[in-house]
Design a protein around this ligand. Structure first.
Ligand SMILES: [Zn+2]
Ligand SMILES: [Zn+2]
Length: 343
């Protein structure tokens, strides 16, 4: 057992406080990782709050760090390697999804990186707001040389969540793509869609974000509260990546899709507010997508290295986690907070 200094919510809705716990001894295929950077995801806010099932909870599923110990059957990693861990740390490994490397869609339910029972001993999984994490090597990713480790951390959740649907819906040089909402997810959606060769349009509610969206790589910006601008988008888009997490009237966006176009939500509001007739006219689809598996995550990291894509991050110290969470609640970040565990 290894004593770990972590930062945990001791009870639902509580502040993040220093807390120590005993981390398991390394199993044969485990990798123990000294955390260098951990992104702060919107999910962390939900888990510390209403979604959390078990406390104390150590959040964090955008982890980059250095390998400090390996089990005796680990083949892919060595001590000293710079690696990452994302949103899931295990899955059944036998179902159709797992066999296809799409473990985030495990039919028996993948094991989240924190706040869930470990599949082998039932202990709680604990995330990257900590000195170290431990994870089976199947769910550990090499960080390609040349990728800034702090900016790479958010790729493990925000990155794969936006990359996966763009790839699934075959976004490429032939595509006109809209990214709805330019925040932690959306800013990466713009970068990926642009790098995939698409014509990229950013949809935002705030005129103040227009210049930023263009700087991120969007070819055009549409102010979605401007009815005239929205009407001018009709029948234009092959694909819309929707990162908005609260319900809003989606029909004008659906009407911006071409024949057979798809709007895919990754923000996952509680309900979709859309007129079915707007879907029928143009045989349009509304879909949703969640994260991605090990095969696609490796592909994404290689793509990011080749295209020099990382998240735009604001580094915070261990002592600033609560302030960062409060600011994240108010969408006051460009575009992702990352904890620098050395500060
Ligand atoms: Zn996340
Ligand atoms: Zn499975």
């Amino acid at each position: 057992m290894t004593e770990v200094t972590a930062f945990a919510a001791l009870e639902s809705g509580g502040r993040i406080e220093p807390w120590t716990y005993e981390q398991r001894a390394a199993r044969p295929s485990d990798v123990r990782i000294e955390v260098q950077y951990c992104g702060i995801c919107h999910t962390d806010l939900h888990m510390i709050g209403p979604w959390g099932q078990s406390f104390p909870m150590v959040p964090g599923h955008e982890v980059v760090g250095r390998v400090i110990e390996i089990g005796d059957q680990v083949g892919a990693f060595a001590v000293g390697d710079v690696v990452a861990v994302g949103t899931i740390v295990d899955a059944c490994r036998e179902c159709e999804s797992c066999l296809a490397g799409q473990e985030s869609y495990c039919l028996r339910g993948a094991t989240p990186a924190y706040g869930a029972p470990d599949r082998i001993d039932g202990s709680q999984t604990r995330g990257g707001y900590a000195d170290s994490v431990i994870c089976d090597e199947r769910f550990v990713y090499a960080i390609p040389a040349g990728l800034d480790p702090a900016g790479a951390a958010p790729l493990l959740c925000a990155g794969i969540t936006t990359y996966s649907p763009l790839r699934h819906w075959n976004v490429g040089p032939h595509s006109t793509v809209g990214i709805v909402g330019i925040g932690g997810l959306g800013h990466l959606g713009v970068k990926f869609a642009r790098a995939l060769g698409a014509h990229v349009v950013a949809f935002t509610t705030s005129a103040g974000k227009a210049a930023d969206a263009l700087a991120l790589g969007a070819h055009e910006v549409v102010l979605s509260r401007d009815e005239n601008q929205m009407a001018a988008q009709a029948n234009r888009f092959d694909f819309l990546l929707d990162t908005v997490s609260v319900g809003y009237p989606m029909t004008p966006f659906v009407q911006a899709l071409r024949l057979n176009g798809t709007l895919c939500s990754v923000g996952l509001p509680a309900q979709f507010d859309v007129a079915p007739m707007a879907l029928a006219v143009g045989r349009r689809s509304i879909a949703a997508s969640g994260s991605g598996g090990t095969v696609e995550t490796r592909e994404m990291l290689a793509f990011c290295a080749e295209q020099e894509i990382t998240a735009d991050v604001e580094l915070v110290s261990r002592g600033e986690i609560n302030t960062a969470l409060r600011r994240l609640e108010g969408n006051d970040v460009k575009y992702r907070f990352v904890i620098d565990m050395a500060r």
